[in-house]
Write a protein that binds this ligand. Structure first.
Ligand code: ZN
Ligand code: ZN
Length: 436
């Protein structure tokens, strides 16, 4: 068997993992490098030639979730290769790309991307997918993208657990340890653990869970009448935090644009059927001529989801003069470094956008597993042969986790051969080092 980390060692994002037997070859994720603060993507694999090479003889591609750093190069994949993604994740990806198709000059590109997503095969939790002599079982995880999965891969009598991006501190995250205990450890040992390590650079950082976040948000909503929220538009759990907090302050409309409304509808129709927390009901669509809604917003206050785009800049320029300054706040709920002017990760658009508001409060918790959670998962999985930490700025830091000494010795960040498994670790130089 062969495990090739095409990309992902010592870099966050742009993840590509290959697992191959003599007869079958699959890829887990085909991600694009994350953009820099100006929105520019530097990616030497983002072209047909490079993807043709990397996907040569590949029998299937499995995506852990819909974030661009895991799925971003899907449109370059030849039509002959099946691409698999979660059922709801597919709907969200489709919704996002349909929205992108409205951008001038992007129509043709979007049309091709939409056709590729429509052709993707989808899977559900716990369903076994067999490709040649490789078996893949997806297990549901909590992450800042909904319908995210870790994969258990069985090939040549070896068992590999590829975690994708995950966390324990989201609402859905409480299922993480029981899932690993019941469904994975019980059925036999894991040989290799391929795991994310985003938070390795923040070993001592304690993470707040979504519930605590909700309490803080509610407090702010009581204090301020007009609440704008800047959070990722496809992070189900964060969106639920704001929706639930707003629901408790009576008579205030939950406002967003049509795109966000479409995403929320997908979430309500899927996760919302399992828990009322994820049922967003009927959010109100904002447009400048929607006088009835604007009147209501002025009377009772509101919670409005916004993004740093031209459209929302226009909306905000229109709305802010109509509102009392001392009763208006923007809650910024994304990684703080994007709006730290001194940071190398600073995002110009975000900084300009948040600069418009009279008051900004930063409330966020990571979409990724804390160091303690990474250690807990590693000790529990207790892989027999090796641990390959990807999606981390400095993969070797995985050894600094509170994991058993014998596991520290199994951390792999360089190419090597273990029994009948060849592990090849490729390193690229043109990546942006980003945390999410
Ligand atoms: Zn990622
Ligand atoms: Zn992600």
């Amino acid at each position: 068997m062969q495990i090739i980390i095409h990309r992902g060692i010592d870099q966050i994002g742009g993840c590509i993992t290959e697992i191959a037997t003599e007869n079958t070859k699959i890829l887990i994720d085909l991600g694009q490098n994350l953009p820099d603060g100006e929105g520019f993507v530097n990616d030497n694999l983002a072209n047909f030639d490079a993807i043709e090479k990397i996907t040569k003889n590949v029998d299937a591609i499995f995506y852990t979730h819909y974030h661009g750093d895991h799925i971003g190069l899907f449109h370059l994949v030849p039509d002959t290769i099946p691409q698999y993604i979660g059922k709801v994740a597919k709907q969200v990806a489709l919704c996002k790309h349909k929205r992108l198709s409205f951008i001038k000059g992007r129509e043709e590109q979007s049309e091709k991307e939409i056709a590729k997503i429509e052709a993707m095969l989808s899977f559900d939790y716990d369903q076994t997918i067999t490709v040649g002599d490789i078996k893949v079982v997806p297990y549901f995880v909590s992450h800042s993208a909904y319908d995210a999965f870790m994969f258990l891969i069985e090939a040549n009598r070896s068992r590999i657990l590829h975690t994708g991006d995950f966390r324990e501190h989201g609402y859905i995250g409480k299922g993480l340890i029981p899932t690993i205990k019941k469904l994975i450890s019980k059925d036999g040992t894991i040989d290799f653990l391929i795991t994310e390590g985003t938070m390795l650079s923040r070993l001592d950082q304690r993470v707040r869970n979504e519930n605590k976040l909700k309490i803080k948000v509610k407090k702010l909503m009581k204090q301020y009448k007009n609440v704008f929220v800047m959070c990722p538009s496809t992070d189900l759990e964060r969106l639920a935090t704001f929706h639930a907090a707003n629901k408790e302050i009576k008579y205030r409309p939950f406002v967003c644009d049509d795109f966000q409304k479409d995403v929320l509808k997908i979430f309500s129709d899927s996760a919302g059927k399992k828990s009322p927390l994820f049922d967003f009901g009927e959010p109100y669509s904002f447009w400048k001529e929607n006088n009835k809604l604007i009147q209501w917003m002025q009377d009772k206050g509101f919670c409005m989801l916004v993004r740093a785009t031209d459209k929302f800049n226009d909306y905000i320029d229109f709305l802010l003069p109509l509102l009392e300054k001392d009763k208006t706040i923007l809650i910024y709920s994304m990684w703080k470094e994007y709006v730290n002017p001194k940071s190398k990760h600073a995002n110009k658009k975000y900084l300009e956008f948040i600069g418009k508001f009279p008051k900004v409060s930063k409330i966020h918790t990571s979409g990724h597993a804390s160091a303690d959670c990474l250690a807990e998962v590693c000790n529990l999985v207790n892989p027999r042969k090796g641990i390959i930490p990807i999606h981390s700025e400095n993969s070797i830091d995985y050894k600094k986790l509170r994991i058993k000494q014998e596991l520290k010795e199994k951390v792999i960040t360089e190419s090597k051969e273990i029994d009948d498994t060849i592990i090849e670790i490729k390193r690229t130089t043109n990546s942006q080092q980003y945390n999410i």
